[in-house]
Design a protein around this ligand. Structure first.
Ligand code: TXA
Ligand code: MG
Length: 299
């Protein structure tokens, strides 16, 4: 469906799958409680897991969240529109399910132009989680959006393959020290450089304040195993691809962009297992290692 159709559908309270530079999102007008409730139902997402509100421009955020953190503008200037989500003190004004009762709101401005035009056309922020059923791979191509999500929504806006390919980095600006809640392709080091302060990292065993950070997450249906080196098993690795194998880029930015689409391709083959060759230890691979370890944690 095109942008104008998407605007009409969203205004009528329907769900639409929208492209972003990270992953495709399952969007609803964030001010409409029934529409937002339908996101949770269609994804099978627990109600205690809040959603990110997507905006078209920075000036629109202030109505719903406090933007007076000293860290807000530097981050906005450096990274928006782009794959960074900021958690801010919530003022109110959105459907209650968006924040799952928290006193904070997660906000971001996506880099895909048609999506910002859709948000501006609707005239309200869009609540949008990744467009995957709960605990499954996030789609990074329109054709990877699952059948249940397609049939439960008004349509998919095809923006081509996502340029980043992993979910946004989330930074909580409501604590004394800016705190990393989810690592994406914007790194803690880049953020610290912009802010001139170190960023705290949430310990995995700390009480969950990004409630979506379940250990097992982002997995294909087929069990995923990490291996040091890919032999002739089906999977993804760095060597020349054999049967049921994908040769991945050696550069982390391109690897991130291709990861979910490559796993989705193998996931469709009905294999007993998919093997993933381990990736470099360098910090630039941090978000990739995070997603791979979540996808392989079957606990
Ligand atoms: O790249 C992305 O962020 C994609 C695209 C579509 O924008 N969206 C995405 O949404 O990954 P989702 O719902 O799959 O992940 C959002 C994460 C969840 O872990 C959720 O718990 C966390 O953001 N979150 C949302 N609101 C929050 C809040 N107020 N405080 C802390 N964490 C929050
Ligand atoms: Mg998700």
């Amino acid at each position: 469906m095109n942008g104008d159709d998407a605007i009409q559908a969203l205004r009528a309270g329907r769900l639409v799958v929208i492209p972003t530079e990270t992953v495709y999102g399952l969007a609803a007008d964030a001010t409409l409680p029934d529409a937002v409730a339908e996101i949770f139902r269609l994804k099978g997402r627990p109600a205690e897991n809040p959603l990110i509100a997507h905006f078209a421009s920075v000036g629109d955020i202030d109505e719903f969240a406090e933007t007076d953190s000293e860290y807000f503008l530097p981050l906005v200037t450096a990274f928006w529109p782009g794959p960074l989500t900021l958690v801010l003190p919530y003022r109110g004004g959105l459907a209650p399910q968006v924040t799952a009762g928290l006193a904070t709101l997660a906000v971001r401005i996506p880099a895909v132009e048609v999506t910002r035009a859709i948000i501006a056309g609707v005239g309200h922020p869009l609540a949008a989680p990744s467009a995957n059923p709960f605990m499954r791979l996030s789609p990074t191509r329109a054709e990877d959006v699952g059948g249940s999500i397609v049939s439960g929504s008004a349509g998919v806006v095809d923006g081509g393959p996502c340029a980043v390919g992993l979910e946004s980095t989330i930074i909580d600006l409501t604590r004394e020290v800016p705190t990393l809640l989810r690592l994406g392709m914007v790194s803690a080091t880049e953020i610290a450089k912009v802010l001139g302060v170190q960023v705290d990292e949430r310990k995995p065993d700390e009480v969950i304040s990004a409630p979506g950070q379940y250990l097992r997450h982002y997995s294909p249906k087929t069990p995923l195993n990490l291996v040091h080196k890919l032999g002739d098993q089906p999977g993804i690795g760095f060597g020349r691809a054999g049967n049921h194998q994908v040769q991945m880029p050696e550069d982390p930015v391109r690897y991130a962009r291709d990861l979910y689409a490559s796993l989705a391709k193998l996931d469709q083959l009905g294999l007993d297992a998919i093997y993933v060759e381990s990736v470099p230890d360098d910090p630039s691979w941090g978000a990739i290692r995070d997603r791979l370890s979540r996808a392989t944690n079957q606990g």
